[in-house]
Ligand binder design. Sequence first.
Ligand SMILES: *Cc1c(COP(=O)(O)O)cnc(C)c1O
Length: 375
Amino acid sequence: MSNELPFARPLIGDDERAAVDAVLRSGWLTTGPRCREFEDALSAYFGGRPTRVVASGTAALEIALRLAGIGPGDEVITCPLSWVATANVVLAVGATPVFVDADARTRNIDVSRIEPAIGARTRMLLPVDLAGLPTNRDAIAAIAAHHQLRVLEDAAQSMGANWKGARIGSFGDLVSFSFHANKNMTTGEGGCLVMNDAEEARRFEKLRLQGVTRLPDGSMDVDVLGAKANLTDIAAALGIVQLRRLDAFNERRRALARLYFEHFDRSLGFALPPADFAQSNWHMFQPLLPLDRLRIGRGEFIDAMRREGIAVGVHYPAMHLFALYRARGYHEGQFPVAEDIGRRTVTLPLHAGMRDDDVLRVCEAVQRVTKAALR
Ligand SMILES: *Cc1c(COP(=O)(O)O)cnc(C)c1O
């Protein structure tokens, strides 16, 4: 359906097209001057902290774990409500993800349940800012300091968000972002990691590309097994322009989210997300379906919305219930809050290119579809 309203859509303009075209004409397509320029711009955006770009948010997370020396025998505490990349990277470095249930209000990790999950093998906290709503950074920092843990913030969804006025990425330990096409700014595929110092950034560069170190005499050495996760200059050129537009994109998302709160029919029984217009970057707008009042399930709701011309996504089912994690002993009933949210969540369209009346159209369709399905 060509005029279906998508739930996410990048906003690409003439400046992005011109920047990519210039790279294509330059003859230098892979990692080069545009990547360095993008890194400088990102670093400035994060208050001067060292920042390096990489081929995906997933690669940024995995290299961050290696940078922190996380490996076999180590435990990393995270929340089951995230894109599965968050826990997959922990498995990828041979460590063990330890899940802590979500908070019913914020839908992020329940910070009051973290300390009981800390054991002798715990090395790191890996909080996720679901839908762009920042996890409580004061609580995370206090727990990490008290137990001497590293922190890797999975801020894939919270680019441009802030905690009490401080931009996510401008403070803390390791902070990872994604520039996947559905995120608030994009390079098609890509990501970056914000680090503490130049030494970490240098080690990140090695781990990003085959473990290669360039020596002053022009030769090279390889002393560690690195990834093949460098970014292209094509992607970086896109990112430089998108970063300049990010704050405007996020302002538009915030305005659209406000419209959702104004026009959403509360009598339908959906649970709306926290109405945080100060800190969230409104990466997604996700009401929870009132399944106990409906004769239909989530799949049928999504199909009915599609017939109304509106695409609806699911981000995400609780990941400990995926077969890979069930096979490692996780099971239904362990994290009831995350499981409940994961079963009921739907992602309604929210992206910077939407018009005000798109939100009204979505709210009306939700009303029609839900009322027709009430018990
Ligand atoms: C998008 C995302 C990732 C992974 O980023 P990619 O660029 O797709 O690899 C990781 N964590 C969360 C929470 C995400 O939303």
